[in-house]
Design a protein. Structure first.
Length: 234
């Protein structure tokens, strides 16, 4: 499966179905909780690039060579490539907007697929006119205050979830799921199969053909009917 096919398959399922497949693989802690979603009707799928912030400390600006390494707020947008989702560990600090419309425009211009930030956004009125999905902790009218970018494309923490560059980031109206790259194809295929089965079951309940107690969990009779339905390519 190509990356494009993988992303398209994920766009056809829901985050909760993908989470179920990750849970089968022992990964229960990959859903990023507590974020607001700017475009709940849109799905976001892409590979993770990351920015890591720390609370500002004047001495670290020099010792970490922040300026020499080009670690300004634009490091993620300017280095983005098509298919990237920018995941920002802004320490959950929300007393200033770490990202605004100009940086979102820069990410979008380079083909970025979306932004996930454990921190605050600003300029939402302008960003609502753009095409880039954004998941964020809060908003603030002020610019970035009290934090500094200290690294780029390294493992980060995003609202309690570990994110490694190259992970597949999948967002819908429920929130954001982090999928390890080596499991992404399995998750996509199995989630699609799970939803096919659940859609069948739901249609049976909605039509009145079966009662919920016979469908959840599935009775042997309904399971057999589904297998015939699946084999027929329906």
């Amino acid at each position: 499966m190509t990356e494009a096919e993988l992303f398209d398959t994920l766009r056809g399922v829901c985050v909760d179905s993908a989470w179920s497949i990750l849970a089968r693989n022992g990964l229960h802690d990959t859903f990023v909780q507590g974020l607001q979603c700017l475009f709940p009707d849109r799905k976001m799928v892409g590979r993770a690039i990351t920015m890591k912030y720390l609370p500002h400390r004047a001495d670290l600006v020099e010792s970490l060579r922040i300026r020499e390494r080009g670690l300004g707020n634009n490091v993620g947008p300017r280095n983005a490539t098509p298919g990237d989702v920018l995941v920002i560990d802004a320490c959950g600090i929300t007393n200033g907007g770490a990202f605004g419309d100009i940086l979102v425009a820069g990410l979008q211009a380079n083909g970025g697929e979306g932004i996930v930030i454990h921190g605050a956004m600003r300029d939402l009125a302008a960003i609502r006119e753009m095409d880039t999905p954004v998941y964020y902790t809060d908003t603030h009218a002020a610019g970035s205050r009290g934090i500094m970018c200290v690294d780029y494309n390294v493992p980060v923490e995003c609202a309690g979830v570990a994110v490694v560059p190259g992970d597949v980031i999948f967002g819908d109206c429920e929130g954001v799921l982090v999928i390890p790259a080596h499991l992404a194809e399995e998750v996509a295929v199995e989630a699609a199969a799970l939803e096919h089965k659940e859609n069948f079951v739901r249609s049976k309940i909605e039509s009145g053909a079966v009662k919920v107690e016979k469908a959840y969990p599935m009775s042997a009779e309904l399971q057999a009917e589904y297998e015939e339905f699946r084999k027929a390519g329906s």
